[in-house]
Write a protein that binds this ligand. Sequence first.
Ligand code: 2BA
Length: 110
Amino acid sequence: MVKLVLAIIHDEDAFRIMDALCDKGYSVTKLASTGGFLRAGNTTLICGVDDEHVHEYMRVIESKCNSHRSATPVSAAGVNAAEGHAPYPVEVTVGGATIFVLDVEEFRKV
Ligand code: 2BA
């Protein structure tokens, strides 16, 4: 069975992670995405992965993504826009990965 793995990662980690995944033979598609909270660019990787390789796939991502605390100014278009407040710094974790594993009904290349 094939799973569809969606991994939302930090832009700075994207090419390092993609290189590591490609080295292991995974075929990956990179999408430019935007986080709803920070309204900043991030990267979403899409990959069809055989069931038995999902664990390894996630381990590669985990080993190549950095995670650290960071004070990040939220833009006026961010969470505080509704109240009309000036931007203020919030501390969030930058880096790491948010990973979804989905069942795939059919996977075909024609
Ligand atoms: P953002 O939505 O821009 O969120 C960036 C970081 O801000 C989050 O890191 C989290 O630490 C913090 N954060 C997000 N929403 C928050 C809130 N309502 N209140 C306080 N802090 C909040 P991560 O959790 O590592 O998420 C990184 C990126 O992954 C997110 O960027 C979003 O693009 C995606 N993501 C995370 N969870 C998701 C989910 N359940 N569904 C879809 N995408 C998700």
